[in-house]
Design a binder for this molecule. Structure first.
Ligand SMILES: C[S@@+](CC[C@H](N)C(=O)[O-])C[C@H]1O[C@@H](n2cnc3c(N)ncnc32)[C@H](O)[C@@H]1O
Length: 378
């Protein structure tokens, strides 16, 4: 097998950023129905898992075919070359979903796919009894959409947002993948000042620091496909070496995270230490009304409270007022705020230059973007 067809899954609204990241790794992508699909050599599996900051997972598309009956699903699945991927002793649990399709009973589809793969593997490996399923993990997914069955294998294991650095977290932590996307959606350059005044457990400043020093986000974790014998360990070694080579640990950064809560600042600094960035981000306990900035041309990127509980509304309105008032003193700064609070612009006191709809988990939010007027000579 020379090439694999890969799918980088993404939260709704982030597909174009994931596509950009995949392209930057050197692969041609196709974005279809919000799916980022690309054909690539096997070495892309370690590289994409290590480097993609905004994707949820990297999956292999084993096959796609129309299936309106259980028979078609069984035969179509059995016809795919599973033996190229799943080892003789591999465990292959099957999960599923069905949208707008004749075959809507997901448990039945899962059972049929499981049976078809087992039959194929028994035939290819010359087994008579049950597959042992004692070895490496190969998570299969059957996904039906408009009667088309797509069969995938997950190469990531834990979702890619699990970078391995989050030891402490607050009430509403942002997913690391979304935090990275918020940073990538700005024009921030690593040598420019960066502040998150509602930093909570520090996700946005930490992701900015990783981006600033070009550190691969998956450097500190494991992936399920590391145990697959057909992905030669040299591909993993090469990907890690490449990541080590490309990391720019000498890049100076000017990143600050602040929060009203001492506890959160403590958690954020522990997370930064875990991420290997202990002295790269400055953490401060401070309320947003006290924010004072000495530099020009910076970026403020933040995920403040949304005021979803009625008793928090007045407090949140005050906070947005304070933020708007403070930032009017710094017109060279660009401000990026993700919130579900509908009247954010009114409370901030200014219309955003640009807005983008994003989902924070299941919450629909807007990403309000205010472009600063850069001061020359800084
Ligand atoms: C939605 S959380 C941020 C979560 C963060 N992005 C993370 O990933 O952990 C909002 C944060 O705003 C902080 N906060 C609330 N009121 C504040 C204020 N007036 N000034 C500064 N921070 C405040 C809270 O302590 C909380 O940590």
């Amino acid at each position: 097998m020379q090439k694999v067809k890969l799918l980088a899954t993404a939260a709704m609204g982030l597909e174009s950023i994931v596509a950009m990241e995949v392209k930057q790794l050197g692969y041609e992508v196709e974005v279809d129905n919000g799916k980022v699909i690309f054909e690539a050599p096997i070495s892309a599996i370690p590289r994409c898992n290590l480097w993609l900051r905004t994707a949820d997972r990297v999956k292999i598309i084993v096959g796609e075919f129309e299936a309106k009956t259980f028979d078609e699903l069984f035969e179509g699945t059995k016809a795919l070359n599973w033996e190229n991927y799943i080892a003789e002793d591999g465990q292959f649990p099957v999960s599923g979903k069905s949208v707008k399709s004749t075959l809507y009973s997901v448990p039945d589809c899962q059972a049929i796919v499981k049976k078809a793969i087992a039959e194929r593997l028994k035939l290819k490996y010359g087994m008579v009894s049950k597959m042992p399923e004692t070895g490496a993990l190969f998570k299969v997914e059957i996904s039906l959409l408009n009667d088309v069955a797509t069969l995938t294998l997950d190469t990531s294991g834990a979702g890619l947002h699990k970078r391995g650095y989050r030891v402490g977290q607050g009430e509403a932590p942002l997913k690391e993948t979304l935090a990275a996307a918020l940073v990538l959606l700005t024009n921030w350059k690593p040598d420019e000042p960066f502040i998150d005044p509602f930093c909570g457990s520090g996700t946005i400043p930490i992701e900015a620091a990783l981006i600033g020093q070009n550190i691969a986000p998956g450097f500190n974790r494991e992936f399920v496909s590391e145990k697959w014998s057909w992905i030669r360990s040299k591909f993993w070694d090469e990907a890690l070496l490449e990541a080590e080579d490309l990391a720019n640990y000498d890049q100076p950064l000017d990143i600050t995270g602040s929060d009203i809560s001492h506890k959160m600042i403590q958690a954020a600094s522990e997370n930064a230490i875990e991420a290997g960035l202990s002295d790269l981000v400055t953490w401060k306990q401070m309320q947003v009304a006290d924010l004072s900035i000495q530099k020009e041309n910076g970026y403020l990127v933040s995920n403040p409270p949304y005021g979803e509980r009625l008793n928090e509304r007045d407090e949140v309105i005050q906070m947005y007022n304070d933020l708007g008032q403070v930032m009017r003193n710094y017109p060279s700064w660009s401000v990026y705020i993700i919130t579900a609070f509908e009247a954010f612009e009114k409370q901030y006191g200014q219309q955003a230059t640009k807005k983008r709809k994003l989902f924070n988990g299941f919450i629909q939010t807007n990403y309000y973007q205010y472009f600063g007027k850069k001061v020359k000579g800084e």
